[in-house]
Structures are given as structure tokens and as C-alpha cells.
Design a binder for this molecule. Structure first.
Ligand SMILES: Nc1ncnc2c1ncn2[C@@H]1O[C@H](COP(=O)(O)OP(=O)(O)OP(=O)(O)O)[C@@H](O)[C@H]1O
Ligand SMILES: [Mg+2]
Length: 332
């Protein structure tokens, strides 16, 4: 994987919202890359900037009040931030597809699933309506919807939650994207359906050699499907490394806090240890490290110095003063 050229490179991304109540630094210095066929996880508590990172990549930040104030988003070597809205419309759906956090936001309740799928395919591919209909049937079949020909005539509300999620995935895959961004694709689903959807992602990925960015707050999902993971805290990456390294040797106190707050099946029923306190207000971040007020390892310098993301070990990046000495900083 190491020498493979990245499909996507996000460099020092800053996306802020300029509101009456102040500037919300939703994404504040995020850098990561995704290689072809790879699955990258983005994890972190609610409000840490996961969805806004995804929306920034797709050029979907509502402006005003939002604005990408700094950074680069290179996809296949081109900076997406330099593209026009017309060019972005061609990339969205065709090259980069997204499964949104709430399936009903991307399914239109007044049209049948067939109409929506066929229109998406026709907008991006040079095919006839008949071929697009045939493709829609194949896609529903691929995501495990029984009797797809008949089901295409249904409206979104006629599907159960799990089925709707499958329809969304089918739509996202309809133009063979090289990158799929899935924002909490399984959060609302029960565990059996969740497992089926994750299996489906793996199968699709193999068949289409597609890269995936999987946004989730569920570390179980991460361990199941991701090659590498970025842990986000208050709009910044706290740690970024291979999944196995993160689970075996997570370094950032926030990462270890997240790990300790997942239930484990052990005979002596260890007590869960939730991370104390709450995420900071992104409009008035504390001086120094934004995690310091909640950190079990806080030092005096953490209250004044904002750490930089440093490589502490081969391909293992951590943003924490505990590891900063003698390490090479990669971002500021
Ligand atoms: N339109 C907006 N105006 C102002 N602030 C916004 C806007 N959209 C998002 N934000 C803020 O940006 C921050 C990051 O939001 P984001 O949706 O990326 O969080 P998230 O990590 O996806 O959380 P969740 O796990 O709850 O989905 C939040 O503090 C949110 O309130
Ligand atoms: Mg979100």
C-alpha cells in the first residue's frame, strides 16, 4: 500500500461557519489521504467535524455561513477547491458518491425509487433509459433487495429502514464511483442488518475496487472494515494510523478514552469508563490543546501549547504534547 499514489489527499483543511454567535471552527487543520481500494475510518464524538469534512470534500458546505478558509482537497491529482460548481456536479455521484447520515435527506419522498435511480444514472452515463432501468434492477439485486423489478416501483416510505439504506447504497454505487463516502451508514440499523450492510460494503469494494471513507462513532464498525483510521477531536485529527495499530497501541489520551468507553465482554465485567466532561465549544476553543480540560495526562504546557500532528512511529501520527518532543511535525 505504501508506494501507491493516493486517490484523495486532504491537506490542512479548514472549514469554518461564520455565525452571528461567532466563528465555528468545525474543521480546523485536517490532513489525511485515501489510497485506491482502501477503507479509511473517521471516528470521533458528535460535533467533532466528521460530516463537515465529508461535505467539504464533496463541495456541499452551505455558504454562507460556511466557508473553506484554507487547505487543499486533491482528488486524482486535481484540487477540488478550484473546480466550478458545474464541474463538481459531474464529480459528485459519478466519481465520488456519498451515503448520507439520514437516508431520507437524499431520497425524495414524492418519486419512486426507479425514477430517482434512473435519473441519477442518466445524468452521469451515456446510456438509454431502458439500459438505465436494467442497471437499476441489477443494483437493487446486488444490494440484496428481493424482487427488485417490482420494488423499483415503490416510493421510499414503502421500504423499511434497513431496505432504504440498501437503496441509498445502490444509488450511490450506480455510477461505479472510485470513492464512496459513507456517513454513519449503519447507525440507525439493528445489529443483524448492520452486519449485512458492512458485508455488502466489503463485497462491493472488492468488485468495484472502490475506496471508502467510513464515518462512524462506532469503533466496532471501524475494526470490522477499516484499513486506517483518523480519530477526530474538536475539528482536528488527534491520531491517524492503521486500524490494528490504533487498537493495539492507540497513543492519544482521547483515543484510549474512546477505547475504554466501549463495552467489552469479559468474565469480570469491567466498569465502563466514559471520557469525563464534554467536547469544547468550537466558537471559543481553549488555548493550548483542546482536549486538555478532559485529559487524564494533562501537563502544564498543554494549557498553553497547541500540539502539532507528529509521526511517532512508522505511519502513526499523533497530535499530543506527550509525544511531540524529538518527533517530526507534519502539520501546524
Ligand atoms: N450550518 C452550520 N452552521 C453553524 N455550525 C455548523 C453548521 N453545520 C455544522 N456546524 C457545526 O460544525 C461542527 C461539526 O459538525 P459535524 O456535523 O461535522 O459533526 P459530526 O462529527 O458529523 O457529528 P455527529 O456525530 O453528531 O454527526 C458542529 O459543532 C456543528 O454544530
Ligand atoms: Mg455527522
Amino acid at each position: 500500500m505504501k508506494s501507491v499514489k493516493p486517490l484523495l489527499e486532504v491537506k490542512n483543511l479548514h472549514t469554518h461557519f461564520f455565525t452571528k454567535a461567532g466563528v465555528v471552527r468545525a474543521v480546523d487543520g485536517v490532513s489525511f489521504d485515501v489510497k485506491p481500494g482502501e477503507t479509511i475510518g473517521i471516528v470521533g464524538e458528535s460535533g467533532s467535524g466528521k460530516s463537515i469534512t465529508a461535505m467539504s470534500i464533496l463541495g456541499l458546505i452551505p455558504s454562507p455561513p460556511g466557508k473553506i478558509v484554507d487547505g487543499e482537497i486533491n482528488f486524482k491529482g486535481d484540487n477540488l477547491l478550484k473546480k466550478t460548481e458545474k464541474q463538481m456536479r459531474q464529480i459528485r455521484g459519478k466519481e465520488i458518491a456519498m451515503v448520507f447520515q439520514d437516508p431520507m435527506t437524499s431520497l425524495n419522498p414524492v418519486f419512486t425509487v426507479e425514477k430517482q435511480m434512473v435519473e441519477t444514472i442518466l445524468a452521469h452515463e451515456k446510456v438509454t433509459k431502458k439500459q438505465a432501468q436494467q442497471r437499476a434492477v441489477e443494483l437493487l439485486n446486488m444490494v440484496g433487495i428481493p424482487d427488485p423489478k417490482k420494488r423499483l416501483k415503490n416510493y421510499p416510505h414503502e421500504f423499511s429502514g434497513g431496505m432504504r439504506q440498501r437503496v441509498m447504497i445502490a444509488m450511490a454505487l450506480s455510477c461505479n464511483p472510485s470513492l464512496l463516502i459513507a456517513d454513519e451508514p449503519t447507525t440507525a440499523l439493528d445489529v443483524t442488518i448492520q452486519a449485512q450492510i458492512l458485508e455488502l460494503f466489503k463485497k462491493m469494494q472488492k468488485e468495484l475496487d472502490m475506496a471508502i471513507i467510513m464515518i462512524t462513532h462506532d469503533l466496532g464498525v471501524v475494526s470490522e472494515v477499516c484499513d486506517r483510521v483518523m480519530v477526530m477531536y474538536a475539528g482536528k485529527p488527534a491520531e491517524f494510523t492503521q486500524t490494528k495499530k490504533l487498537f493495539d497501541n492507540g497513543r492519544h489520551p482521547y483515543t484510549t478514552g474512546l477505547m475504554n468507553s466501549i463495552p467489552k465482554i469479559t468474565p469480570n465485567k469491567e466498569k465502563l469508563q466514559p471520557i469525563k466532561g464534554l467536547p469544547p465549544d468550537l466558537r471559543s476553543l481553549p488555548q493550548g490543546c483542546s482536549f486538555a480540560p478532559r485529559c487524564n495526562h494533562v501537563m502544564a504546557s498543554c494549557l498553553t501549547n497547541d500540539p502539532t500532528l507528529s509521526e511517532v512511529d512508522d505511519n502513526h501520527f499523533v497530535r499530543c504534547l506527550l509525544y511531540e518532543q524529538s518527533k517530526k511535525a507534519v502539520t501546524t
